[in-house]
Design a protein around this ligand. Structure first.
Ligand code: AMP
Length: 305
């Protein structure tokens, strides 16, 4: 079945589609009663790199429930990939993504070409992700968060004027916990008029965090990858039962690194809000992990207290 969602490939197409979508939403609000029509509209935005799965669908459904208009971006952002990473082979599945988007109720898809986002080549002025951007993911992937923040900053700057007085809500997954923390920081530090809505991690039945990169895994690798979520769950169990100690973290590292075909990048336990060592007893505590399963780099995290 082909869908009829408008796909804007350029910023000016997006502007036209947003005018139509906002008009439709206003008319719909007016029809559905005075009370609703008096309230200002809201727009939900979900930024993705495509190859959509149930994790993305959950973000979109949340946006659909909470907003009058839902915009989905699909853009494999070259700025957030390092040399030797998977930019060229990252799955690009616009047809299937459009079907999924239609199914979950997206109003407008923004799928720009690299040239539309970065006319004339990479931008000279970019967002710097600061110290947090150099830790964990940022340590192994230098420049990754500067690239991710730069594109999210552009998306916000492109969309906000198009939604006018409407509230702009942007949905991001806790799967990318460090990215989410950095985006929240950017919104604060750069005074973006955008509300960030975090969405919990969506997992397969066996616990594997859903990711577009899971499709790189062979059946055997996928089985090995389960050690990540299982080890995080063990740490949570130990934390909750009071059996937690720094040695447990070291043991967890060894469990992951000792699994066939798995090479640990990092496993750290941090304060969920600061991403620093947890000191405050009341702090929420997050265990963060990254590992290579075969050639595929996977990340996962879990609040353990
Ligand atoms: P990506 O396409 O990988 O850039 O992800 C787009 C958005 O979907 C980001 O906000 C991710 O955190 C979110 N996301 C990806 N996978 C999941 C998942 N398994 N659960 C929740 N959110 C996810």
């Amino acid at each position: 079945m082909t869908s009829h969602i408008p796909i804007a490939h350029t910023i000016s197409d997006l502007a036209s589609e947003m005018i139509l979508a906002m008009k439709k939403a206003t008319a719909h609000a007016a029809k559905s009663g005075e009370e609703k029509a008096k309230k200002s509209l809201s727009v939900g935005f979900v930024a993705t790199m495509g190859a959509l799965h149930e994790g993305h669908a959950t973000l979109i459904r949340r946006a659909r429930e909470q907003n009058d208009v839902v915009v989905l971006s699909i853009f494999v952002n070259p700025l957030q990939f390092g040399p030797g990473e998977d930019f060229d082979r990252y799955p690009r599945t616009l047809q299937a993504d459009t079907e999924l988007a239609a199914h979950v109720g997206v109003d407008v898809i923004f799928a720009p070409e690299v040239e539309d986002m970065y006319p004339g080549g990479n931008p000279k002025i970019t967002v710097s992700s600061g110290k947090l951007g150099t830790l964990f993911e940022g340590k192994t992937r230098p420049g990754h968060f500067d690239g991710a923040l730069t594109v999210v900053n552009k998306f916000f700057n492109i969309l906000k004027p198009m939604v006018g007085q409407a509230t702009l809500n942007a949905y991001f997954g806790q799967k990318d916990a460090q990215q989410l923390a950095l985006i929240q920081r950017m919104v604060k530090d750069c005074n973006h008029d955008v509300v960030i809505k975090p969405v919990p991690i969506v997992r397969a039945d066996d616990g594997l965090a859903l990711s577009s990169r899971n499709q790189y895994l062979s059946a055997e690798e996928r089985e090995s990858a389960l050690v990540l979520s299982r080890t995080l769950a063990t740490l949570r169990e130990q934390y909750i039962t009071g059996a937690f100690s720094p040695e447990q973290v070291e043991q967890a590292r060894q469990t992951i690194d000792g699994t066939d075909g798995v090479r640990l990048d990092y496993l750290e336990v941090v304060d969920t809000d600061t991403f620093e060592e947890p000191v405050d007893e009341k702090a929420r505590v997050l265990a963060l992990v990254a590992a290579y399963v075969g050639n595929t780099r996977l990340i996962d995290n879990m609040e353990i207290n």
